[in-house]
Design a protein around this ligand. Sequence first.
Ligand code: NIG
Ligand code: FE
Length: 405
Amino acid sequence: MPTQSSSKQLWRDVQVFDGLAQLDEAMNVLVEDGRIVGLWPAREFNEAQAQGAACAGRGGVLTPGLVDCHTHLVYAGNRAGEFEQRLEGASYEEIARAGGGILSSVRATRAASEDELIAASLPRLDALLADGVTTVEMKSGYGLTVESELKMLRVARRLGQLRPVRVLTTLLGAHALPPEYAGRADDYVSLVCDEMIPAAAAEGLADAVDVFCEGIGFSPAQCERIYQAARANGLAIKAHAEQLSNLGGSALAARYGALSADHIEYLDEAGVRALVEAGTVAVLLPGAFHVLRETQLPPIELLRQYGVPMAVASDANPGTSPICMPTLMANLACTLFRLTPREALAGMTAHGARALGLPELGRIAVGAPADLCLWDIQQPAELAYAVQAGRLRQRVFKGEVVYAR
Ligand code: NIG
Ligand code: FE
């Protein structure tokens, strides 16, 4: 890990997307001790503030470091075979019910050692970093035993030590019913509540708890038991909800003060209202929508009307979104969901950070942590408009330039 530099660094004459909107004119941005300490129009001479600062960059577009608030980055194996099966007509649900899908990644992940999982996951993490990510959430959910779920979370934590990036971890023990619990879903939920969640909390391995609330996942009643255990263990709450049908999982999560409800293609107006009342972020995952060739669109216009913050994330996973390119997600959020480029970028910065309970991140503002990306483009909207690797000129993590081209 790079050490924080105490010297002042100045970015001059940059177009700024501040996490919510583009600022009107070119700006200078001053960073010291890992934080943004100055932000003023480039045309204004500000000698006092810039005194002693080294010029770290000039021109281009400066955004907050991207926040990928929903990934399943840690896993072994891949599911290219299922991709082909789906192209031949099998549905995601059919494959899951036949013991493939998530369970095929479970078999590979259980068999892998921690080091093997690191080796498999690191290239995916590096792809995210090369596309501007400075904060990433990683879920477990391909272990489905106490030990293998903890193994996945440990790998996620280790990945955060191997690279200059902030990793948040989420226990997704209730991702699928493991075969050894077939016909005994409530017993498996008890294992999640009574053993997995307390163990992950005791070892400091999880920041949040997630569930897959779905016909092929867990019922709302089962998810509620898991939320009670999460709450009792002081962990934040998230949900995979309303992805393939509407079971009211988002409203349930909101009742438990969830940070976010994710996917939400089938969310209805009552669900939208529940989110806004609880301050729960709606996380849009256009990669899974795209890969599964879904047709049910999330209720974007209702979310706008009610003012629900919309985050956008990669959902990087071996089944429904084998894609490690957050700027492509911004593009898909626009082309598939009709977000504006501004909304898509806010979804990957300020609102993504909120979905992780870290509202101070994902912003360019005086006092905010200096996680930044400098891009070789003219205006922020280009990040959503064009799909093109290699536009990142610098990635700044905690005030330190950790990547420069
Ligand atoms: O976010 N919906 C459930 N979980 C993942 C997919 C996991 C998988 O297919 O491996 C998702 O889409
Ligand atoms: Fe997911």
